[in-house]
Design a protein around this ligand. Structure first.
Ligand code: 0RA
Length: 616
């Protein structure tokens, strides 16, 4: 396909974007979303085989994204009499003709999204290498500062976009490095072989996973059953790739993507996977007649402990993807069901070819089945406990513990850290409830009576709220708030403490509320690793010696075994017990927390943290 400037479709102007930025990029708190838009264009070049390397250089409030793709076209647009590059960056919804042979991701094909980023950037500069030359154009707030310049000769091809967000639009114009790092890592997993370089604060990291989704699954789990990660792939009209493995955990974890866009609520592709897997396993079981007499495996038994990364690519413009559900996080394209379902047929052969692994998997499923019927037969209080967690509309997905003695509930900031915690916890005594920042932000201010999520959180705890709060009824012995060690994390922890102070004060008075303490650094001195929880501790470990210090930006960065060792394992972790020191003072702090002044809020966090005592 030869691409020409006349193919660019012109729809509307950019004032609308500046007037209502939220409609185009969601939140205007920070400019991370802008990175996604530009990055997606480079990823599209890679996904379609035109680029093999993407480099992202992050300075605090400025970012550069460079790819070695074909370069954005620079020829004149016949109607608009402007270079295609300028049209792409100044016209909303400018994009190439939709084709049935290419895949496009969230930002959309051929520079859709580039104009939105430009409109919301204080400064944006594009450099293109194409057709033997280097070209450059600069913009501000959606408008060109100068025309397209043809610079010197160059043999390479590619595109580089540098921009800084407009402080008139965003609360903060700083990019969040850990979020961008995670995004780049995920993109690298989803695009096997693609080299992504991330430079931030004198640190350089490279992400490249030739094994793609298999590497992703291995990253998510500690030890697969039989050490086996399965991989299936097929490319017809749709391209389907899936890697999966069973673990000893009882949780099921399915990560799914459609054209590189995360589909948090699954959808047709995930349903197709489940249906196909079930058929393959049931056929295998029937052919070999290996189940103990009278035992019938349910879908839940078969999938217990299953970890899956599933990616489907649907060709054509991104508009061909159908999303459903309140948050539009569920894929609805019917052809995705059929494509994934039929791919899974071949899994029966895989099992036939690997009889000893198949044997282990079947044993794993039989065990799950037996445990399930044992649980059904167990005491009333136990089954009541199970049903409570399943019936409720919790703000996050509760992974409950199996015991009812010496139990702990970890309220964990974010799905990613929550996922890691679920992998490494002691399932008998430790329950995990991941909460998203968004929910947490409303927690302190919302009225519990008209907020379903909060009242359900209260019911999950089992102790009642307000006047009815009775800590004797708590379903867990300890409630542990686990947030990142940074300012954001402290902020969220403070909001949660305020929530308990307001609605469940007796729980704090009974000494049941704790703060988990993730490490701040890992220090390597003469070959030995130390986890370190404060700057002071770091300095004392290093004293007079040289060592290598790694700072943990967030819980999500830790692998399961480190998280267990440092933060969850009761034998090695440190907890801080939350205690009300001066009732009046806390009351005031709480009042101010609800106020509008964010800087005052942050200042108070340290104040509240002082009302905490160390429990060893
Ligand atoms: C429009 C048309 C073509 C490529 C691109 C845009 C393009 C956009 C971006 C944004 C970042 N990197 C990019 N790389 C390419 C097709 C050009 C052709 O057919 O040669």
């Amino acid at each position: 396909m030869k691409y020409q400037a006349k193919d660019i479709q012109v729809l509307e102007g950019l004032e609308a974007v500046r007037k209502r930025p939220g409609m185009y990029i969601g939140s205007t708190e920070h400019p991370n979303h802008l990175v996604k838009e530009i990055l997606d264009n480079s990823i599209d070049e890679a996904m379609n085989g035109f680029a093999s390397k993407i480099e992202v250089i992050l300075e605090e409030a400025r970012i550069t994204i460079t790819d070695d793709g074909r370069g954005i076209p620079v020829d004149q647009h016949p109607k608009l009499k402007k270079p295609a590059l300028e049209v792409i960056f100044t016209t909303l919804h400018a994009g190439g003709k939709f084709s049935d042979t290419v895949y496009s991701s969230a930002g959309g094909l051929h520079g859709v999204g580039a104009s939105v980023v430009n409109a919301l950037s204080d400064k944006l500069e594009v450099t293109v290498w194409r057709e033997g030359h280097e070209y450059n154009q600069r913009f501000s707030r959606g408008l060109p500062v100068a025309g397209l310049k043809k610079l010197g000769k160059s043999r390479k091809t590619g595109t580089s976009v540098t921009f800084s967000a407009d402080p008139e639009i965003f609360d903060s114009i700083k990019f969040k490095a850990p979020m961008i790092r995670e995004l780049l890592r995920q993109k690298a997993f989803l695009n096997p072989g693609l080299l992504i370089i991330f430079k931030s604060e004198d640190k350089e990291e490279t992400f490249r996973f030739d094994d793609g989704l298999v590497a992703y699954v291995k990253e998510l789990i500690q030890e697969p059953v039989s050490g086996e990660v399965f991989f299936l792939e097929k490319k017809d009209r749709l391209k389907v790739s899936v890697a999966f493995a069973w673990t000893e955990s009882t949780d099921e974890n399915i990560l799914s993507f459609a054209n590189g866009i995360p589909t948090a609520d699954g959808g047709t592709h995930v349903d197709g996977f489940k249906a196909g897997l079930l058929k393959a396993v049931r056929n295998y079981l029937a052919t070999h007649d290996i189940l103990p007499k009278g035992l019938k495996l349910s879908a839940d038994d078969i999938r217990e402990g299953l970890v899956v990364v599933l990616s489907v690519m649907i060709p054509g413009n991104v508009a061909q993807l159908q999303f459903q559900g309140q948050t539009k996080d569920r894929l609805n394209n019917q052809e995705a069901f059929t494509a994934v379902d039929s791919l899974l047929k071949s899994f029966e052969q895989t099992l036939n070819q690997k009889p000893s692994i198949a044997q282990n998997l079947v044993e794993r499923m039989v065990l799950a089945c037996k445990a399930r019927s044992a649980a059904r037969a167990a005491s009333q209080s136990f089954s009541r406990k199970i049903s409570v967690s399943h019936r409720l509309n919790l703000p996050g997905k509760l992974a409950d513990c199996s015991s009812s003695k010496d139990t702990e509930l970890f309220i964990v900031e974010g799905d990613s850290a929550g996922g890691t915690a679920k992998q490494c916890r002691d399932r008998k005594t430790q329950a995990i409830l991941p909460l998203r920042g968004k929910v947490l932000n409303t927690i302190a201010t919302a009225k519990i009576t008209d907020n379903k999520e909060l009242s359900d959180l209260a019911s999950a705890l089992g102790c009642g709220v307000g006047k009815d709060c009775n800590p004797d009824k708590l379903r867990y012995d300890k409630i542990i708030i686990l947030t990142d060690a940074d300012a954001d994390g402290k902020h969220i922890a403070t909001l949660l403490m305020a929530f308990f102070f307001r609605w469940m004060k007796p729980v704090i008075e009974a000494g049941a509320l704790y703060l988990g303490r993730p490490p701040l650094f890992r220090v390597k001195v003469s070959g030995k690793d130390f986890w370190v929880y404060s700057e002071k501790e770091r300095d004392s470990v290093l004293k007079g010696k040289s060592g290598q210090v790694t700072r943990f930006k967030g819980l999500g960065e830790m692998n399961p075994s480190s998280l267990w060792e440092t933060t969850l394992n009761p034998k090695t972790r440190t907890l801080l017990r939350v205690r009300i020191d001066d009732e009046k003072q806390v009351e005031n702090v709480f009042e101010e927390l609800l106020g509008k002044d964010t800087s005052a809020r942050y200042a108070l966090i340290t104040g509240l943290a002082d009302t905490v005592e160390v429990d060893l």
